[in-house]
Design a protein. Structure first.
Length: 113
């Protein structure tokens, strides 16, 4: 099993479930230019799932968190949406709570911490 599939199985099996559907995104640092951020991801039970997310999305990560680069976007929304997209690639697999209110597509319930 590859890293993405293993991360997906672990996340759906233990860390993001119907009983723990929320994640928190912690912004650990912002670059001087504002074009990148380091973020950690925790689940509802406050377990750090950053390494699983790095494997799921093939992102660079270190002890300060995932490296997210971008310009003119909400990086935290992008991250939450990317996680949901990779977890539920088929609409039939997505639980009802995974749909964001009013957005185009599905997204986890998340908040910036």
């Amino acid at each position: 099993m590859d890293k993405e599939a293993n991360a997906r199985a672990s996340l759906l099996g233990h860390y993001i479930t119907k009983t723990t559907p929320k994640i928190g995104i912690v912004i650990k640092s912002v670059s001087a230019s504002g074009m990148s951020r380091r973020m950690k991801v925790i689940n509802q039970d406050l377990y750090d799932i950053t390494d699983y997310i790095a494997d799921l999305l093939d992102l660079s990560a270190n002890d300060k968190g995932l490296l997210i680069k971008g310009c003119g976007m909400d990086m935290t929304f992008w991250l939450a949406n990317a996680i949901a997209h990779r977890l539920w690639s088929d609409d039939n697999e997505a639980p009802e709570w995974a749909y964001a209110n009013g957005s185009a597509g599905r997204c986890l319930q998340w908040q910036v911490i």
